[in-house]
Design a protein around this ligand. Structure first.
Ligand code: GLU
Length: 278
Protein backbone atom coordinates (compact mmCIF):
# COMPACT_ATOMS: atom_id res chain seq x y z
CA UNK A 1 0.00 0.00 0.00
CA UNK A 2 2.81 2.37 1.06
CA UNK A 3 4.62 1.60 -2.19
CA UNK A 4 1.51 2.42 -4.26
CA UNK A 5 1.03 5.67 -2.36
CA UNK A 6 4.66 6.62 -2.93
CA UNK A 7 4.53 6.00 -6.68
CA UNK A 8 1.22 7.85 -6.90
CA UNK A 9 2.86 10.79 -5.13
CA UNK A 10 5.78 10.67 -7.53
CA UNK A 11 3.45 10.62 -10.53
CA UNK A 12 1.56 13.60 -9.17
CA UNK A 13 4.77 15.55 -8.64
CA UNK A 14 5.91 14.76 -12.20
CA UNK A 15 2.54 15.83 -13.57
CA UNK A 16 2.67 19.13 -11.69
CA UNK A 17 6.19 19.75 -12.97
CA UNK A 18 5.11 19.09 -16.56
CA UNK A 19 2.17 21.46 -16.23
CA UNK A 20 4.38 24.20 -14.73
CA UNK A 21 7.09 23.77 -17.39
CA UNK A 22 4.65 23.84 -20.31
CA UNK A 23 2.81 26.82 -18.84
CA UNK A 24 6.11 28.76 -18.76
CA UNK A 25 6.73 27.99 -22.43
CA UNK A 26 3.37 29.34 -23.51
CA UNK A 27 3.12 32.43 -21.36
CA UNK A 28 0.34 34.55 -22.91
CA UNK A 29 1.66 37.16 -25.33
CA UNK A 30 0.05 39.93 -23.30
CA UNK A 31 2.31 39.05 -20.34
CA UNK A 32 5.52 39.06 -22.34
CA UNK A 33 7.65 41.95 -23.47
CA UNK A 34 8.00 41.11 -27.17
CA UNK A 35 10.33 44.03 -27.94
CA UNK A 36 12.71 43.06 -25.15
CA UNK A 37 12.81 39.33 -25.96
CA UNK A 38 13.24 40.07 -29.67
CA UNK A 39 16.08 42.50 -28.89
CA UNK A 40 17.77 39.78 -26.83
CA UNK A 41 17.30 37.02 -29.41
CA UNK A 42 17.85 39.44 -32.34
CA UNK A 43 14.92 37.73 -34.03
CA UNK A 44 11.37 38.70 -34.94
CA UNK A 45 8.89 35.92 -35.68
CA UNK A 46 6.49 37.02 -38.41
CA UNK A 47 3.23 35.42 -39.54
CA UNK A 48 3.21 35.62 -43.34
CA UNK A 49 1.15 34.40 -46.27
CA UNK A 50 2.61 31.60 -48.39
CA UNK A 51 -0.20 31.38 -50.98
CA UNK A 52 -0.17 34.96 -52.21
CA UNK A 53 2.03 35.84 -55.19
CA UNK A 54 3.77 39.25 -54.89
CA UNK A 55 3.14 39.41 -51.10
CA UNK A 56 4.18 36.03 -49.68
CA UNK A 57 4.47 32.91 -51.81
CA UNK A 58 6.25 29.63 -51.09
CA UNK A 59 8.82 28.83 -53.75
CA UNK A 60 8.69 25.03 -53.91
CA UNK A 61 12.13 24.93 -55.59
CA UNK A 62 14.04 26.19 -52.56
CA UNK A 63 11.40 26.10 -49.80
CA UNK A 64 11.66 29.88 -49.27
CA UNK A 65 8.69 32.22 -48.95
CA UNK A 66 9.10 35.25 -51.22
CA UNK A 67 7.30 38.53 -51.75
CA UNK A 68 6.87 42.19 -50.86
CA UNK A 69 5.84 41.47 -47.27
CA UNK A 70 8.75 39.06 -46.76
CA UNK A 71 11.30 41.66 -47.91
CA UNK A 72 9.61 44.39 -45.89
CA UNK A 73 9.59 42.19 -42.76
CA UNK A 74 13.31 41.47 -43.24
CA UNK A 75 14.04 45.18 -43.68
CA UNK A 76 12.02 46.13 -40.56
CA UNK A 77 13.78 43.42 -38.55
CA UNK A 78 17.24 44.75 -39.46
CA UNK A 79 16.21 48.37 -39.09
CA UNK A 80 14.86 47.67 -35.59
CA UNK A 81 17.37 45.13 -34.21
CA UNK A 82 20.55 45.58 -36.23
CA UNK A 83 22.17 44.22 -39.40
CA UNK A 84 22.79 40.76 -37.91
CA UNK A 85 19.16 40.32 -36.80
CA UNK A 86 16.99 37.58 -38.29
CA UNK A 87 13.41 37.47 -39.50
CA UNK A 88 11.73 34.13 -38.87
CA UNK A 89 8.69 33.28 -40.97
CA UNK A 90 5.68 31.18 -40.02
CA UNK A 91 2.94 30.52 -42.58
CA UNK A 92 -0.54 31.81 -41.84
CA UNK A 93 -3.78 32.01 -43.79
CA UNK A 94 -6.52 34.62 -43.56
CA UNK A 95 -8.30 32.52 -40.93
CA UNK A 96 -5.29 31.30 -38.88
CA UNK A 97 -3.38 34.61 -38.56
CA UNK A 98 -5.41 36.05 -35.65
CA UNK A 99 -5.44 32.91 -33.44
CA UNK A 100 -1.73 32.35 -34.09
CA UNK A 101 -0.94 35.85 -32.84
CA UNK A 102 -3.21 35.42 -29.83
CA UNK A 103 -1.54 32.10 -28.97
CA UNK A 104 1.91 33.66 -29.08
CA UNK A 105 3.13 31.55 -32.04
CA UNK A 106 4.14 34.75 -33.82
CA UNK A 107 5.16 38.26 -32.73
CA UNK A 108 3.41 40.08 -35.57
CA UNK A 109 1.22 39.52 -38.62
CA UNK A 110 2.38 40.94 -41.96
CA UNK A 111 -0.07 39.10 -44.19
CA UNK A 112 -2.28 41.29 -46.43
CA UNK A 113 -4.32 42.11 -43.36
CA UNK A 114 -6.55 45.15 -43.50
CA UNK A 115 -6.76 47.43 -40.50
CA UNK A 116 -10.51 47.45 -39.72
CA UNK A 117 -12.45 48.76 -36.69
CA UNK A 118 -13.74 45.21 -36.08
CA UNK A 119 -10.21 43.76 -35.91
CA UNK A 120 -8.97 46.66 -33.77
CA UNK A 121 -11.18 45.25 -30.99
CA UNK A 122 -8.83 42.26 -30.87
CA UNK A 123 -5.39 43.43 -32.04
CA UNK A 124 -3.43 46.64 -32.57
CA UNK A 125 -2.13 47.77 -35.97
CA UNK A 126 0.99 49.59 -37.14
CA UNK A 127 0.72 52.47 -39.57
CA UNK A 128 -0.33 51.51 -43.09
CA UNK A 129 2.43 49.85 -45.16
CA UNK A 130 0.35 49.06 -48.28
CA UNK A 131 -2.83 50.75 -49.37
CA UNK A 132 -4.96 48.22 -51.27
CA UNK A 133 -8.57 48.20 -52.46
CA UNK A 134 -10.97 45.33 -53.01
CA UNK A 135 -11.67 44.33 -56.60
CA UNK A 136 -12.70 41.41 -58.83
CA UNK A 137 -10.80 38.91 -60.97
CA UNK A 138 -12.68 37.39 -63.92
CA UNK A 139 -11.94 35.39 -67.06
CA UNK A 140 -11.09 37.61 -70.07
CA UNK A 141 -14.28 38.46 -71.96
CA UNK A 142 -16.53 37.76 -68.95
CA UNK A 143 -19.93 39.49 -68.89
CA UNK A 144 -19.07 40.55 -65.32
CA UNK A 145 -17.16 43.82 -65.55
CA UNK A 146 -17.83 45.14 -62.03
CA UNK A 147 -19.70 44.41 -58.77
CA UNK A 148 -22.95 45.79 -60.20
CA UNK A 149 -22.87 43.17 -62.97
CA UNK A 150 -22.09 40.50 -60.38
CA UNK A 151 -25.11 41.55 -58.37
CA UNK A 152 -27.43 41.86 -61.36
CA UNK A 153 -26.42 38.50 -62.81
CA UNK A 154 -26.69 36.83 -59.37
CA UNK A 155 -23.29 35.22 -60.04
CA UNK A 156 -21.19 33.14 -57.67
CA UNK A 157 -18.19 34.97 -56.29
CA UNK A 158 -15.25 33.14 -54.72
CA UNK A 159 -13.40 34.34 -51.65
CA UNK A 160 -11.34 33.12 -48.71
CA UNK A 161 -12.43 32.26 -45.15
CA UNK A 162 -11.25 34.84 -42.61
CA UNK A 163 -10.86 37.64 -45.17
CA UNK A 164 -13.00 40.73 -44.87
CA UNK A 165 -13.51 40.56 -48.65
CA UNK A 166 -16.27 37.96 -48.30
CA UNK A 167 -18.23 40.19 -45.91
CA UNK A 168 -17.67 43.30 -48.04
CA UNK A 169 -18.86 41.68 -51.26
CA UNK A 170 -21.97 40.29 -49.54
CA UNK A 171 -22.89 43.87 -48.61
CA UNK A 172 -22.07 45.46 -51.97
CA UNK A 173 -23.59 42.67 -54.12
CA UNK A 174 -26.28 41.08 -51.91
CA UNK A 175 -27.74 39.03 -54.80
CA UNK A 176 -24.46 37.24 -55.47
CA UNK A 177 -23.69 33.88 -53.92
CA UNK A 178 -20.41 33.85 -51.96
CA UNK A 179 -18.38 30.63 -51.93
CA UNK A 180 -15.55 30.59 -49.37
CA UNK A 181 -12.37 28.57 -49.88
CA UNK A 182 -9.55 28.00 -47.37
CA UNK A 183 -6.81 29.92 -49.17
CA UNK A 184 -6.08 31.90 -52.33
CA UNK A 185 -4.49 28.98 -54.17
CA UNK A 186 -7.74 27.03 -53.78
CA UNK A 187 -9.86 30.05 -54.69
CA UNK A 188 -7.94 30.45 -57.97
CA UNK A 189 -8.33 26.75 -58.76
CA UNK A 190 -12.08 27.08 -58.11
CA UNK A 191 -12.30 30.07 -60.48
CA UNK A 192 -10.47 28.16 -63.21
CA UNK A 193 -12.74 25.14 -62.82
CA UNK A 194 -15.82 27.35 -63.14
CA UNK A 195 -17.12 27.07 -59.57
CA UNK A 196 -17.67 30.81 -59.66
CA UNK A 197 -17.69 33.63 -62.20
CA UNK A 198 -15.46 35.97 -60.21
CA UNK A 199 -12.91 35.91 -57.40
CA UNK A 200 -12.80 38.77 -54.95
CA UNK A 201 -10.04 40.10 -52.74
CA UNK A 202 -7.60 43.03 -52.81
CA UNK A 203 -6.32 44.36 -56.14
CA UNK A 204 -2.65 43.68 -55.28
CA UNK A 205 -3.37 40.00 -54.64
CA UNK A 206 -5.50 39.75 -57.79
CA UNK A 207 -2.71 41.33 -59.86
CA UNK A 208 -0.44 38.52 -58.65
CA UNK A 209 -2.98 35.94 -59.82
CA UNK A 210 -3.42 37.60 -63.19
CA UNK A 211 0.36 37.78 -63.77
CA UNK A 212 0.41 34.02 -63.24
CA UNK A 213 -2.84 33.38 -65.18
CA UNK A 214 -2.90 35.83 -68.12
CA UNK A 215 -6.38 34.64 -69.19
CA UNK A 216 -7.77 36.32 -66.07
CA UNK A 217 -8.06 40.07 -65.54
CA UNK A 218 -8.66 42.48 -62.67
CA UNK A 219 -11.82 44.42 -63.44
CA UNK A 220 -14.17 47.16 -62.26
CA UNK A 221 -11.76 49.23 -60.14
CA UNK A 222 -11.85 49.05 -56.35
CA UNK A 223 -15.04 49.13 -54.29
CA UNK A 224 -13.71 49.09 -50.68
CA UNK A 225 -10.45 50.57 -49.30
CA UNK A 226 -8.14 48.02 -47.72
CA UNK A 227 -5.20 49.62 -45.89
CA UNK A 228 -2.77 46.93 -44.66
CA UNK A 229 -1.26 47.21 -41.20
CA UNK A 230 1.10 44.99 -39.24
CA UNK A 231 -0.97 43.44 -36.45
CA UNK A 232 0.50 42.97 -32.98
CA UNK A 233 -0.92 42.06 -29.60
CA UNK A 234 -2.70 44.98 -27.97
CA UNK A 235 -0.45 44.89 -24.90
CA UNK A 236 2.75 45.24 -26.99
CA UNK A 237 2.78 49.03 -27.42
CA UNK A 238 6.61 49.48 -27.30
CA UNK A 239 6.97 46.79 -30.00
CA UNK A 240 4.29 48.44 -32.17
CA UNK A 241 5.99 51.83 -31.77
CA UNK A 242 9.33 50.31 -32.76
CA UNK A 243 7.70 48.82 -35.88
CA UNK A 244 6.26 52.24 -36.77
CA UNK A 245 9.61 53.93 -36.24
CA UNK A 246 11.36 51.39 -38.51
CA UNK A 247 8.69 51.78 -41.19
CA UNK A 248 9.15 55.55 -41.06
CA UNK A 249 12.92 55.21 -41.43
CA UNK A 250 12.58 52.75 -44.34
CA UNK A 251 10.25 55.17 -46.13
CA UNK A 252 12.69 58.04 -45.49
CA UNK A 253 15.80 56.19 -46.68
CA UNK A 254 14.14 54.84 -49.84
CA UNK A 255 14.31 51.14 -48.96
CA UNK A 256 10.52 50.89 -48.75
CA UNK A 257 10.09 52.28 -52.29
CA UNK A 258 12.83 49.97 -53.57
CA UNK A 259 11.07 46.89 -52.21
CA UNK A 260 7.71 48.05 -53.58
CA UNK A 261 9.27 48.58 -57.00
CA UNK A 262 11.02 45.19 -56.93
CA UNK A 263 7.71 43.34 -56.58
CA UNK A 264 5.27 45.50 -58.54
CA UNK A 265 7.23 46.98 -61.47
CA UNK A 266 5.93 44.25 -63.80
CA UNK A 267 2.30 44.79 -62.91
CA UNK A 268 0.33 46.64 -65.57
CA UNK A 269 -1.77 49.48 -64.19
CA UNK A 270 -0.18 49.34 -60.72
CA UNK A 271 -0.56 52.65 -58.89
CA UNK A 272 2.59 53.22 -56.75
CA UNK A 273 1.34 56.40 -55.18
CA UNK A 274 -1.89 54.77 -54.06
CA UNK A 275 -0.08 51.66 -52.71
CA UNK A 276 2.47 53.75 -50.77
CA UNK A 277 -0.24 55.95 -49.18
CA UNK A 278 -0.04 56.04 -45.38
N1 GLU B 1 -7.09 42.43 -46.94
C1 GLU B 1 -8.19 41.56 -46.79
C2 GLU B 1 -8.26 41.03 -45.37
O1 GLU B 1 -7.52 41.45 -44.56
C3 GLU B 1 -8.18 40.43 -47.79
C4 GLU B 1 -6.86 39.74 -47.95
C5 GLU B 1 -6.69 38.53 -47.06
O2 GLU B 1 -7.55 37.62 -47.09
O3 GLU B 1 -5.71 38.49 -46.35
O4 GLU B 1 -9.08 40.23 -45.03
Amino acid sequence: MKKIMRSLGLMLALLTLTVVVSACGSKPLSQRNVLKTDQQSKTITWGVKADTRLFGLLDTKDGQIKGFEIDLAKAITKQMLGKDAKAKFIQVTSSTRMPMLKNGNIDAIIATMTNTPERRKQVAFSNTYFYAGQSLLVKKGSSIKNVKDLNRQKGTVLGVVGSDSVENVAKVAPNAKVLQLTDYAQAMTALKSGQGQALTTDNGILYGMSVQNPDYVVTGGTFVSEPYGIAVDKAQTPFRQAVNQSLKELRANGQYQKILHKWFHNVKGFDYEEAARE
